[in-house]
Ligand binder design. Sequence first.
Ligand code: GLU
Length: 597
Amino acid sequence: MTARLALPALAATLVLGLLAPPATATPRTAPAVGPPTPHTKVALAEGYGGAVATVDLDATRAGIDVLRRGGNAMDAAIAAAATLGVTEPYSAGPAGGGFIVYYDAKRKKVTTIDGRETAPAAMTETSLQEDGKPIPFDEAVTSGLSAGVPGTIAQWELALRRYGTFSLKRALQPAIKVAERGFVVDQTFHDMTAQNADRFADFTSTAELFLPGGAPPAVGSVFRNPDLAATYRELGRRGTSWLYGGRLGEEIVATVQNPPVAPGADRKVRPGLMTLDDLRAYRAVERPPVKVAYRGMDVYGMAPPSSGGSTVGEALNILESLPQIGLHEYLEASRLAFADRNAYVGDADTVDVPLAELLSDAFAKERACLIGSVAMPHPAAPGEPDGDYEPCPAARPGAETPPAAEGPETSHLVTADRWGNVAAYTITIESTGGNGIVVPGRGFLLNNELTDFTFGPAPGDPNLPGPGKRPRSSMAPTIVVDDGRPILAVGSPGGSTIITTVLQILINRYEFGMSLPRAVAAPRATQRNTAATLAEPAFLEAYGDALRARGHVLEPTEEIGAVTALELLDRGRIRAVAEPTRRGGGSAAVLIRRNAD
Ligand code: GLU
């Protein structure tokens, strides 16, 4: 995120540039323009040989550097993610989790690597309750109790072993360099630190790292993290068992069980339940993706424990069975898909998730039938994905569900290589700043992913905590395949708005015919079976009146999501896309740049 907001003139140029019509003419084989390593942050890059898009210039450069050294898309994804752990430590890091959706060109198949955090073995259905009531959310976030068993390092190791060509040690090198050399603090990093300053000050280890001299690092100063450099180096040298049962694991457990609360802090900090055995038991898992057929293409997403793939997929199925698709239909399909997500999706390793039915065309038709010319009454009731479908059932009244308590942070990246492999990877420590607790001397924050569980009491809820269970996620790394060839990869942070952001981009691209940069830049709205649809100001401006006239309740929200995406065009040409302005703009790059035609 180097100098993210320090270059307003450049950002303005990027935005204006994106408003120009996209390049569509036949590619020319013009000579490379400029050096292949990106030196400035741009939101759109086109060329050949591979591509990377992340929210951050250093992370994108790390990915491009790996591609240049002969690494593949998986190697580049892991190197970029590890670098995000340095430059975006409040969104990503070695003690978090995430999901990778990967197109493996050799086997011509899409697979996924699940690095979701797990609940400790001691966690039960009532662990996030007190006296039969949910623990206050804020209190749960900043605690040892919310820390899930970290999945990221095991995920990197598994992903590289199965699909990469680099060792973990090698993939960590770019991140180590950035952590040692440091990066320039921009406004976003400063603001995120300031926003967390109260709770960071309450933990000695966190204050020491992120509040040097007692205050957030100044914009323009260089932030170094030698502790994290050393942690990555040791992980590379000793292997993942150093964390999953070894010395680093012991330190994580000690921090979770006995958080380093600063003298004088009057915060109630609940200790966590994690033990070294929980770390020993952790496994990243390769899982089949979820897949829906949509407009003759195959859309691949993340299976449970994420609700990303199934909810995007169900909404696409609903939309496909409608005679016409506009923004009203987008909001209504999303509302219905969220009603079903909330009722039926949890960790499929511990609860029954009727995934095949949720993604069946017959179920989608039954649900689509509820969509009329005006917004349906709130809340929508879940459907019955039981295999027995009526042509058009009467609408049932729904029950109000408490608003999802998910944080707005996380990071998404995409990579592609010269062999045709593609990665879509969403990485998170849940809230901005995770649980606020740095493992002393190790340079990284712990996650608070267990706050993604339903706190309860909520009898029958598929997302209640349980021993070893993975909390339901909304992360939705997505790859679109056409005629056996990957054509697009996309994803976003944003808690449950991730799902609607990915859905809206797919619709912008494939229903409304926008170019990918336009589809990403277009104003967003999110309907998640909530009373009001949240919408960005530009969305309200453009479509508010028309949608209100159709019964939609719209409320403004500053910004939704922070997308990265790429598109594989003809003859090996790749278009990498990041946000032009949201979250200060992202960084897209290709290995070999050619003039846009
Ligand atoms: N913890 C969230 C999830 O798994 C992601 C974090 C976020 O983007 O808010 O859905």
